[in-house]
Design a protein around this ligand. Structure first.
Ligand SMILES: Cc1ncc(COP(=O)(O)O)c(C=O)c1O
Length: 423
């Protein structure tokens, strides 16, 4: 595949930073090589002598001497090499991606970092991009300064509707419109709707991507946060042509403050992202990468999967509680589907055109939730939905929040009713 077709002119003009390339060479050179190339501070001057980490299962590890020095130092942009190796093994096992030899991985500072870099590698000024409606707002903040054209694909309870996607692309082609080079997808536990795109639909979307020659950017931080019995099969595992850019994040499953995610894609695309990283923050935080590598070593693949299983149980119980409480307080006022994955309950209020004003009032009434318009395209933002997170509040707080939301809705409906009578 000719990946240069997908890249913006800016991305194609990026050149390697010599110093970063030398760091890469020095890192893998034999011990006998003397490098005076890099502007690295001497680790002896750092105030830290040991970092000890205790894990929730009672195990622990310590970083000291050479390992601590490595953890506090600059590293090659692509990532801490032992972590990269662990991630490669992890991806092979978790997704068994076809064409594995042609793919590569880069460590990024959370999936938002990977997302913005992938979008900026492909979406130039005025370029079209396919986006499910509604969608994660972290996409729009990246591409709206580039005046990208958002082609919104409506969703049903199973995600973006393939028939509409196909029809939209067919019409565009017939009318000679600029064809999109990328579709943004958030396939599992979608933020904000909590859906999981079923396998058949994933395959159908992938077939359409092949037919109309666009890449699929699967931003999948909730992949392991599904509440169905069946493991979702990732787009990466279906990718026979090398057109999937997969974003993983440790934010939801290990720690969000550790700021580590990773991107898996065709090697030329990863090389392009690496150049962008060289010019921005050089590399994702080394200490976080070393800690993640240690965790991989201590727990192994099975241990990590057991941890993810525990998280699923934990959040599933919370999902069940918030669904029960929403049912208790919002019955007859609002509608929602029980989320099948992720962190959010997507509530729709049929009697209200736009929830924005109501949720602004919520701030002073003691309940904060995100108005649905935050997940719509600008400037047509208007939505009767609300996103409620079920991850952190206690069950008592959730109960109170739903009660307060119900009261806000009643007041809003009553005000609308009076306005309608007056006009
Ligand atoms: C769909 C989606 N993508 C990306 C992110 C950003 O995650 P990270 O912390 O890995 O940057 C989030 C966080 O809420 C998200 O929901």
């Amino acid at each position: 595949m000719d990946y240069s077709y997908f890249m913006t002119d800016v991305a194609k003009r990026r050149r390697p930073a010599t110093t970063r390339e030398l760091t890469k060479i020095a890192y893998s050179a034999p011990k006998s090589t003397i490098s005076l190339a890099e502007g690295m501070p001497n680790e002896e001057t750092f105030p830290f002598t040991e970092i000890s980490v205790k894990l929730c299962d009672g195990s622990s590890f310590t970083l000291d001497d050479d390992e601590l020095a490595a953890a506090l130092q600059y590293i090659p942009t692509q990532g801490y090499p032992p972590l990269l190796q662990a991630l490669r093994e992890f991806q092979r096992r978790a997704h068994a991606p076809p064409l594995w030899e042609s793919r590569d991985i880069v460590v990024v500072s959370g999936s938002q970092d990977g997302l913005s870099k992938a979008l900026e590698a492909i979406i130039g000024t005025g370029d079209p991009i396919l986006v499910p409606d509604p969608f994660y707002p972290g996409v729009e903040v990246v591409i709206s300064p580039h005046k990208a054209e958002l082609i919104m694909i409506p969703q049903d309870d199973d995600g973006p509707i393939p028939e509409i996607l196909r029809e939209t692309l067919r019409n565009r082609e017939l009318s000679g419109g600029k064809m999109p080079k990328l579709m943004y997808i958030n396939a599992t536990g979608t933020n904000p709707t909590g859906i999981i795109i079923p396998l058949e639909r994933r395959k159908e979307i992938y077939r359409i991507a092949c037919k109309y020659n666009f890449l699929l950017l699967d931003d999948d931080p909730y992949h392991f946060m599904h509440f169905d019995k069946e493991e979702p099969k990732s787009f990466l595992s279906l990718d026979m042509e090398g057109r999937v850019i997969r974003l993983d994040s440790f934010s939801k499953v290990i720690s969000s403050g550790i700021r580590i995610g990773f991107m898996t894609a065709a090697a030329p695309l990863i090389a392009c992202i690496e150049l962008h990283l060289q010019s921005s923050h050089l590399h994702a935080p080394t200490l976080s990468q070393v800690i993640m590598h240690k965790l991989f070593k201590v727990w192994g693949y099975e241990g990590l999967m057991q941890h993810y299983m525990r998280l699923r149980r934990y959040y599933k119980e919370r999902r069940d509680i918030i669904s029960t409480l929403a049912h208790k307080h919002l019955n007859g006022l609002a509608e929602f589907n029980v989320p099948r994955g992720g962190f959010f309950l997507w509530i729709k209020v049929p009697g209200i055109k736009d929830t924005w004003k109501m949720m602004q009032r919520g701030v002073t009434e003691g309940v904060i939730m995100v108005p649905g318009a935050a997940f719509m395209r600008n400037p047509t933002k208007c939505s009767n939905a609300i996103r409620a997170s079920f991850t952190k509040a206690s069950y008592e707080e959730m109960d109170l929040a739903m009660e307060r939301l119900a009261q806000l809705i009643r007041v809003e409906l009553a005000e609308n009713y009076i306005e309608n009578i007056d006009t």
